[in-house]
Design a protein around this ligand. Structure first.
Ligand SMILES: *Cc1c(COP(=O)(O)O)cnc(C)c1O
Length: 218
């Protein structure tokens, strides 16, 4: 049995190793601890160990769990990493500091309207359907130039691109493609890499890795 602090330390050192191997500054990589389906008792050791960024994939679950934790730890940044329905935009804008799943015009409109109402504009990552998969969220690559212009014209700060490679195949080429799209379009942030592949993602330029199970399970 390993505890959360030890697993966290191992992940952090693996991020540092991967960044250095790619001649990158490890300080340019943010670890987002994905806490979906984890309770406050499981989350607390990570806060104690200094994790500042947390990710959730459902608005309702985040709304139940985080307001209390954040009232005690106000510097925590909360990230929305899951699919977001436009009718949840208002709640999402109130709750989250960063939204990683902006992938369509209707959602952009919903977030802008909600942000103007709340006078609060979360940073956004544009999620790209990097493997052109039918059921997966994310914007088609071909739509990226026009959509990025629309986001840049909006009051939502554009943080970068996000993607989830197809399951069961080598993720490296997809990470490299997302990095190339970001370069081509002058976008800085790259939200890519999860428990099974964050080291590869860091070597290929990830600025944010979203790690869940590797923090909580041996
Ligand atoms: C659950 C989830 C993660 C974390 O996945 P793990 O394999 O548990 O690390 C990352 N990104 C998204 C979008 C997720 O839904």
């Amino acid at each position: 049995m390993t505890d959360a602090a030890t697993r966290l330390a191992n992940i952090r050192s693996s991020i540092v190793r991967s960044a250095k191997a790619a001649r990158r500054d490890p300080g340019d990589v943010t670890l987002v601890a994905v806490t979906k389906q984890r309770n406050p008792e499981e989350i607390q050791p990570l806060i104690t160990a200094g994790v500042t960024d947390f990710g959730e994939n459902r608005v309702a679950e985040a709304a139940n769990k985080w307001p209390l934790l954040r009232s005690v730890h106000p510097t925590i940044k909360l990230h929305m990493i899951g699919r977001l329905q436009s009718n949840k935009a208002a709640e999402a804008v109130e709750l989250f500091d960063v939204i990683h799943s902006l992938d369509r015009q209707s959602l952009l409109k919903g977030l802008v309207a909600a942000g103007e109402h709340a006078r609060r504009f979360p940073e956004v990552y544009v999620q790209v359907n990097i493997g052109a998969e039918e059921q997966k969220g994310g914007l088609p690559i071909a739509d990226l130039p026009v959509f990025l212009d629309e986001v840049r014209a909006s009051p939502l700060p554009l943080a970068g691109l996000m993607a989830m490679p197809p399951l069961g195949v080598e993720p490296g080429p997809y990470f490299a493609l997302l990095a190339e799209l970001a370069r081509r379009h002058g976008v800085k942030g790259l939200s890519m890499g999860m428990s099974s592949d964050y080291a590869t993602a860091v070597m290929l330029g990830a600025t944010v890795v979203r790690v869940g199970s590797a923090l909580f399970e041996d």
